[in-house]
Design a protein around this ligand. Structure first.
Ligand code: GLN
Length: 538
């Protein structure tokens, strides 16, 4: 049977519960155990798919097509375990499941209540498909004391009783602030947060104390005493300079050993931290750098392109250099400023996006990259914009556009069902794409002797998608005649997946999101190649 580790947070949010959970997963794996990570989100949206990146950061997409919390990205990047639809749940989803059942009369006339019906559904989610795991790490979003997180804490309390306390471990992550004015470290917020947690029935077994500076023993003893936790289980986590140091830092603090001790398990192998040490060293010590411009709508919020930022950093690691991200707000980018804003960058990236705002600036920036032979990577929306730019300026289809934001014009980008309606028989895949998202992993076949084939070193690839609109394949020949090659297609050859420009050092657009599959210990080949091209530029 799997052992369960529940991670809650206290005092303030954004303390890095996701990163701590992901680091612990790596350490337990490296000790020889199989781990799955799960996230329970207390908000009411059914999934984060409809939430603005300004509100909630990036939407992370899984292979099996779920739109999930960005913490699942951390989990995948650190543990290497591919997340599934069933690894992220929200209050909204729980309630909609319970209410659907209620409408069908499946509660047999009972009064439907938070306890036991909502908590039972949460427990089902925690327990689902975990037979083959040694550990399941479940992170509860938000902080203890939030109204919304109450049913989740209640559910994990019940769950630990159901499976026996020796099979469930509670980790509570809190902030231990340092007050500059009095030059003091304060343990009181942690004491209060643990008190709050205990008042709803959960006694933490391990407390992870996030702090700016090392916490003296005497303060840790105080936390141990007031919070009723063994001193060995008061673990400090001092701010790290790069996230890749987190597994090393937790290893030094013996977090994995304390977890194994709790469950009375032995380490099957000695933990291997060398890969993290190596990339930490590269990240911190490399002097050389390249500037990469990201031109998007959500650049002001750091987390909005989380996986993308990470994937670019990974590309830097594999080239032994630092990647400086120059974030440019596409809505504010005036066509007249493009030359000036892009003069010091060695690569231009247009990420995924939705809607009309900012499109003209993006299209002009792509033209600039194409003409000036600056390495360019267009992702999803970025590829669609590259198609529009090329159609307008090279194929001379002046009104080329996408039906996503312009109902008039020539729809080189459109919805499958729109084309079908106009009498053309196109069936891209056996899935109905009309008005819905193409989500999750799909195959693409790469053209022989293409740049992309050299990069992936494979003819068949699998990448994750999140879009509604497609490039109209019927234009393929016209584009190719002018030098924009459709070098990746869906297996039935109906959907363009990748385009690349001939006679350009590096100009590639992809309809999918390669950033979701890049990992620090295994950088994605597309990003490694893009950064290499940027390094060679100029
Ligand atoms: N808005 C575009 C579409 O739906 C692109 C989406 C994206 O970039 N993820 O096709």
């Amino acid at each position: 049977m799997a052992r369960y580790i529940f991670v809650t947070g206290g005092v303030v949010s954004s303390l890095g519960k996701g990163l701590s959970s992901a680091s612990l997963a790596y350490l337990l794996q490296s000790r020889g155990y199989k781990v799955r990570l799960r996230k329970l989100d207390p908000y009411l949206n059914v999934d984060p798919g409809t939430m603005s990146p300004f509100q909630h950061g990036e939407v992370f997409v899984t292979d099996d097509g779920a739109e999930t919390d960005l913490d699942l990205g951390h989990y995948e990047r650190f543990s290497g375990v591919t997340a599934k639809k069933t690894d992220n749940i929200t209050t909204g989803k729980i309630y909609s499941d319970v209410l659907r059942k209620e409408r069908k009369g499946q509660y047999l006339g009972k009064t439907v209540q938070v306890i036991p019906h909502i908590t039972d559904r949460i427990k089902e989610f925690i327990n689902y498909d975990t037979d083959k795991e040694d550990f399941v790490i479940c992170e509860i979003g938000g902080i203890v004391g939030d109204i919304e997180s109450l049913p989740f804490v209640e559910a994990i309390r019940q769950f630990s009783n159901d499976i026996g306390k020796k099979n469930a471990l509670f980790i509570h992550l809190t902030l231990v602030p340092y007050l500059k004015a009095s030059d003091e470290i304060k343990t009181k917020p942690t004491q209060h947060s643990v008190k709050e947690l205990r008042s709803i029935g959960v006694q933490p077994d391990i407390i992870i104390c996030r702090s700016e500076r090392p916490i003296p023993l005497e303060h840790r003893k105080k936390i141990s005493l007031f919070c009723n936790v063994d001193i060995k289980n008061v673990i400090e986590t001092v701010d790290v300079k790069t996230i890749y140091e987190a597994p090393i830092s937790f290893f030094n603090q013996k977090l994995d050993i304390q977890v194994l001790n709790y469950f009375k398990l032995k380490s099957k192998k000695s933990a291997n931290l060398n890969p993290w040490k190596k990339i930490t060293k590269i990240t911190l010590n490399t002097k050389r750098h390249v500037n990469i411009a990201i031109i998007g709508k959500y650049v002001e919020l750091k987390d909005a392109y989380k996986s993308l930022d990470e994937a670019l950093t990974h590309g830097g690691i594999s080239n032994n250099l630092k990647v400086n991200l120059v974030r440019i707000d596409s809505e504010k980018l005036k066509v007249s400023e493009i030359k000036n804003k892009l003069k010091n960058v060695s690569g231009i990236l247009i990420p995924g996006g939705f809607g009309k705002r900012g499109t003209e600036g993006k299209i002009e920036a792509i033209r600039y990259a194409r003409i000036n032979k600056i390495p360019f990577l267009g992702i999803c929306y970025g590829m669609q914009m590259a198609i529009i730019e090329f159609a307008r300026n090279q194929l001379k289809i002046k009104k080329a556009t996408s039906s996503e934001f312009d109902k008039g014009g020539v729809h080189i980008i459109g919805l499958m069902h729109e084309w079908e309606k106009s009498g053309r028989k196109v069936k891209g895949t056996d899935k109905d794409l009309g008005g819905t998202m193409r989500l999750g992993s799909y195959d693409a076949i790469l053209k022989n002797k293409s740049k992309i084939r050299d990069i992936y070193k494979s003819t068949l690839i699998k990448e994750r998608h999140r879009h509604r609109y497609e490039v109209d394949i019927s234009y393929k020949e016209k584009f190719e005649k002018k030098g924009l090659i459709f070098s990746g297609l869906s297996p039935d050859h109906k959907l363009p997946e990748i385009v690349e420009l001939k006679n350009h050092p590096w100009f590639i657009g992809v309809q999918f999101h390669p950033e979701f599959k890049s990992r620090p210990l295994n950088p994605h080949p597309l990003f490694s190649s893009f950064i290499k091209a940027a390094k060679n530029h100029r």
